[in-house]
Design a protein. Structure first.
Lengths: 209, 284
């Protein structure tokens, strides 16, 4: 039997949620650049190529969610030196995605000291490209370390795209490896996302804390 | 809206069967011809000869001594097997004329070759099917996909997005049915008809997602169904049933195999893939 759709938290009404028939729960499906926070018993899912999804929750209250982001590809010279130089220009897109998700959880009653994190994605899905997936992984690990956030599980890197599904209420995550048949469709979605953010200045309610 | 049959008609002239395959096929069907005639036909095409000898000396056959002549290759591999081999060896280059933007040819043929290796391995295991025919059937099982991707790229992409959007609860052929009204096994089946492929190959291609609908070659079709799922496991390096499409439960009874065959078959395919990629796709 289909359960009633839980209410969406303010700001997340636009995210499409579908009923998963075989496992009997609702799943909010996020696209590259989006994020979703919930305090109810429902899943958040996404499809990842070289992008990263960070899944974060308050392990006491069960409030949590998922984001989906990548750093824009940069010239070879910059990608070698960006880490040594501290934060390269491209990493602000990653910071933006992480702060948004964390602020969304805290705004809805999550406590910073209770946060736990799982990270997924960063696959090397196109053979003829520099390893953008690895760049995203290095970024997110660095970010978690700097912010002293607890990483409890990860499935990153390798050559596969992934479908990641996360249940903030319990912290359970399910990652499914996807066939290379899907590589081009997934990477074209990721590319149009990164092209769209690169044109826009990053501004708004980011606070570094 | 196109039908599977119309798509296949559209690609006439773009993809053709190689001359050497047709020649060998004629001789195999002719009761008056001998293996010497077949070897002679195979020798007409120097690049085919070269590749045939490479295959005959590869780990696929594991002959104790070097195979140095076409005549020897034909007699050891078998005359009717040579016809399938000729098809296997040329299909990747035949389809170069049908490019697409949805899947790289390397990735497409890797899955097909993993399926071919697995189908061949399983055929040897059960001992009642021709391993070389199963290799070819596995190699060709998704061939309709290349035709759909080339002729109907927009709808093909829509079907793939539907699969991703459903968190892969829907399989690719089911999404194709919803978007197009037919799927890649229908298109492959039509191509097999157009090319007058042997009925074993035609059935395996047309029914690998619906073993129950196969008729004369149910055991072979079940092996290709099984090999297709195992090929996905080999590609993803995962034995988790949740990562791959489900097995049709009927295949175990049809083939007499048990689930114990899965893991060794995955390892066998992974061990053999690099060499067969070199032999059958011209990758160095």
């Amino acid at each position: 039997m289909r359960l009633p759709l839980p209410p969406a938290l303010p700001g997340f009404e636009h995210v499409r949620r579908t009923w998963n028939e075989s496992h009997a729960f609702y799943s909010a499906r996020i696209l590259p650049g989006e994020y979703y926070v919930t305090k109810f018993d429902e899943a958040v899912s996404t499809t990842l190529g070289s992008c990263i999804a960070a899944c974060i929750r308050d392990r006491v209250s069960g409030i949590g969610g998922m984001n989906h982001f990548m750093l824009p590809a940069s010239a070879g010279a910059e990608s070698d030196s960006w880490k040594a130089a501290g934060l390269g220009a491209g990493t602000r897109y990653g910071n933006f995605a992480m702060e948004h998700l964390i602020n969304g959880i805290l705004r809805n009653g999550g406590l910073r000291q209770n946060l736990e994190v799982k990270i997924f994605g960063g696959g090397r899905i196109l053979a003829n490209m520099t390893d953008v997936g690895m760049r995203n992984i290095v970024f997110v690990r660095d970010y978690l370390k700097t912010e002293r956030l607890r990483l409890v599980a990860e499935d990153v890197g390798d050559a596969y795209p992934r479908m990641a599904m996360y249940f903030p209420a319990t912290g359970k995550a399910r990652v499914k490896r996807l066939r290379s048949l899907h590589n081009n469709v997934i990477s074209s979605q990721e590319k149009s996302y990164i092209d769209s953010v690169i044109d826009k200045p990053v501004a708004g309610d980011i606070e570094l804390f | 809206m196109s039908t599977a049959n119309e798509l296949v008609k559209d690609i006439r002239g773009l993809v053709t069967l190689p001359h050497v395959y047709i020649q060998i096929g004629r001789l195999v069907d002719d009761p008056k011809s001998s293996s010497v005639d077949i070897a002679k036909a195979a020798s007409q095409d120097p690049s085919f000869t070269l590749r045939l000898l490479r295959v005959a000396n590869s780990a696929l056959y594991r002959f104790p001594s070097a195979v140095e002549t076409v005549t020897k290759a034909v007699s050891i591999i078998g005359t009717s097997q040579i016809r399938n081999l000729a098809l296997s060896m040329s299909v990747a280059s035949s389809f170069e004329g049908l490019p697409n933007k949805l899947v790289s040819m390397d990735n497409f043929w890797r899955h097909s070759l993993l399926c071919a290796l697995t189908a061949r391995h399983l055929a040897k295991l059960i001992g009642r099917c021709d391993p070389d025919a199963l290799f070819t059937a596995g190699l060709l099982h998704d061939i309709g996909e290349l035709i759909i991707f080339n002729r109907l790229p927009g709808q093909a992409k829509e079907a793939l997005l539907m699969v991703l959007d459903s968190d892969e609860e829907i399989e690719v052929h089911q999404a194709e049915q919803k978007v197009l009204g037919f799927d890649h096994s229908d298109v492959g089946g039509e191509l097999a008809k157009e090319w007058h492929l042997p009925s074993l190959l035609a059935e395996c291609i047309a029914h690998h997602h619906d073993v129950a609908s196969s008729q004369r070659h149910r055991r072979e079709t079940a092996l290709v169904h099984l090999a297709n799922v195992i090929a996905v496991m080999a590609e993803l390096d995962s034995l988790d049933p949740l990562d791959v499409p489900p097995f049709d439960p009927a295949v175990w009874e049809i083939t007499g195999l048990t689930k114990d065959c899965i893991e060794p078959a995955v390892r066998e395919a992974q061990a053999g893939i690099i060499e067969v990629e070199r032999l059958f796709t011209g990758k160095q």
